[in-house]
Design a protein around this ligand. Structure first.
Ligand code: ADP
Ligand code: MG
Length: 566
């Protein structure tokens, strides 16, 4: 896989697993990591020497070293929560950046050159703060984030290419920790997301948890066992769940104080254990259909996305709920990354994709706080939505608000996100004070314009009617998000993290380039490359920085000489 132009990559940054794709030879293709793995667990940890571990290597230590390993941090994107690993504290953006860096390095090894631009997917439910956090994570990983793409939209893109007829889809995405339902309309190559709904706290991990509780109820002696054994139990619960996707009966065993404990579970019992979770899958589906003003009968396809839809009990439920067999030709845990790859191709303007246009919808409502007059009383704290949930984006909307009091000097425009009637139940994004000329109540009118872009960035413009100047608010410092300065500081801190030299992206890239060269050459040159590569590999294993630098210089000079046609 080599090419001269640097392609964009598409990334599914998942709660449990992340994946990477690019658009090549007219289709979106997954890019595997160094060990051939197609999914990278979104897990970060430290090894015994204090080196950062990312992906499968970190996940493997979740059980043995729970205090040195962090998982499921995507749930906390855009919050101030931190995790301590060794001597350092990390925010969710930084942990995500480490996963993104690994994917970036995997792509660089596959392509043989640097990659700097990416499309990253986000759950449709992510709010403004969370979206900005994903962009910050990209920046921290050295990636220019060209577009944030809703995950269900990505799934529609991955499937949409297969067929260009007019059709309506429902995307049923059950991942490790989130459930998203979206209704997508496709016609003449246009893809529209008509509605999104979901449950941000429901996923395959909850099924694992239900199984774990059941395992404890069978062998209560395990309740007081040490943390390592508790973690092992979770792992066994996960294994039971996976087995049941392949066979009717699943088994597990574990040693406890010299005694062997056994479990045996069939699909029927699993269905009973998970009944509560399964029933929670219905409400978001009904909500999305209602928002889109669609009837189930109008749907042409139901598409299963997310690793947890591999569970037969989930598939059966979907089949019953929609009175049809859902589609699952693509691996459910790879669909979103494949769609991100399509979007990357669109941005790179691959001609195979000329006919596809993408529109999207707002995942939540945005508006301002207003007061209402009730006789002599002024009642404050009401939400006036300007852009409503499921409006098509990009979108620009203007509404006029007026003064309620005589000789008012200032208008406070507070921007909120949410669905509640009272602003106190919504999320405050930012506010701006506008000086106004003192007049009688109702005589000063202010036009408030909300402009929302495909990236999920909101611009608020306020203009007093009859005047020429406008005040603009770009919501930069939302609660829980990082400023540019903070990003710069954290970037340098991340760069100082100890990484095993063999994992350092520049070293991995050089080795990949050298192997590609080795394959292309013959005879003496081949031996020369082999010699320098071996030397470099030995240096990397020694972890001696001076030795590594010398061997790296030697190898790259050799490759440069060959490039110059020597
Ligand atoms: P996310 O989008 O949250 O990163 P994925 O789409 O990768 O997650 O799905 C992860 C979930 O899928 C996990 O809960 C995992 O246990 C579950 N899963 C993956 N493969 C299977 C399987 N064969 N059977 C049942 N569950 C599975
Ligand atoms: Mg996912």
């Amino acid at each position: 896989m080599t090419g001269n132009i640097t392609p964009l990559i598409g990334i599914d940054l998942g709660t449990s697993n992340s994946a990477l794709a690019w658009f090549h030879d007219g289709e979106s293709q997954l890019i595997a990591g160094a060990e051939g793995e197609r999914l990278t667990p979104s897990v970060v940890g430290l090894d015994d020497d204090g080196h950062i571990l990312v992906g499968a290597a970190a996940k493997a230590r979740l059980v043995s070293h729970p205090h040195l390993t962090v998982a499921s941090f995507k749930r906390y994107m855009g919050t101030d929560k931190t995790w301590t690993l060794g001597t350092r504290r990390f925010r969710a953006e930084e942990l995500s950046a480490l996963v993104l860096r690994k994917l970036k390095a995997d792509a660089e090894v596959a392509f043989g050159h640097e990659v700097t631009r990416a499309v990253i997917t986000v759950p449709a439910y992510f709010n403004d703060v969370q979206r900005k956090a994903v962009k910050a994570a990209g920046q921290l990983a050295g990636l220019q984030v060209e577009r944030l793409l809703n995950e269900p939209t990505a799934a529609a893109l991955a499937y949409g290419l297969a067929d260009n007829r007019e059709q309506k889809f429902l995307i049923f995405d059950l991942g490790g920790g989130t459930f998203d339902v979206s209704i997508v309309d496709m016609f003449e190559g246009v893809i529209e997301v008509r509605a999104s709904s979901g449950d941000a706290w429901l996923g395959g991990d909850d099924f694992t948890h239900a199984l774990r509780q059941w395992m404890l109820s069978i062998h209560p002696v395990l309740s007081d066992s040490p943390p390592e054994q508790q973690a092992r139990l979770t792992q066994l619960a996960e294994a039971l769940k996976h087995q049941l996707s392949q066979q009717d009966v699943a088994r597990a065993q574990m040693m406890h104080q010299g005694e062997e404990l056994h479990w045996e579970l069939n699909e029927e019992t699993f269905g009973e254990l998970a009944a509560g979770l399964l029933s929670r899958l219905k409400k978001p589906v009904v909500q999305a259909l209602q928002d889109a003003q669609f009837d189930v009968g109008l749907l042409d396809h139901v598409i299963l996305v997310g690793g947890a839809t591999r569970m037969p009990i989930v598939r059966q439920l979907a089949t019953r709920m929609f009175s049809r067999f859902p589609r699952n030709e693509l691996n459910p845990d790879e669909v979103v990354a494949l769609g991100a790859g399509v979007q990357a191709g669109l941005i790179a303007d691959d001609h195979a994709l000329e006919d596809i246009v993408l529109t999207d919808v707002m995942p939540y409502s945005l508006g301002v706080e207003v007061a209402r007059r009730d006789g002599n009383r002024i009642d404050e704290g009401y939400f006036l939505p300007l852009i409503e949930r499921n409006a098509f984006v990009p979108v620009s909307v203007v509404r006029t608000v007026s003064t309620l009091q005589d000789n008012q000097r200032q208008l406070d425009i507070s921007v909120f996100q949410g669905e509640a009637r009272r602003v106190s139940d919504n999320l405050l994004l930012d506010s701006i004070k506008i000086d106004i000329p003192p007049r009688k109540a109702g005589e000063v009118n202010l036009d408030v314009r909300f402009t929302y872009t495909l990236d999920g960035i909101l611009e608020v413009e306020c203009k007093i009617q009859g005047e020429n100047t406008a005040s603009t608010l770009i919501i930069e410092k939302a609660p829980g998000s990082l400023s540019e300065e903070e990003i710069a500081v954290r970037l340098s801190q991340l760069n100082e993290l100890k990484q095993h030299p063999r994992d350092v992206p520049a070293n991995r890239l050089l080795l990949a380039q050298a192997s590609a060269r080795y394959e292309q050459t013959l005879g003496e040159r081949r031996q020369l490359i082999d010699h320098y590569v071996s030397q470099f590999e030995r240096a990397l294993e020694s972890q001696d920085l001076r030795q590594i630098a010398a061997a790296r210089d030697g190898l790259s000079q050799l490759l440069n000489q060959f490039d110059d046609g020597m």
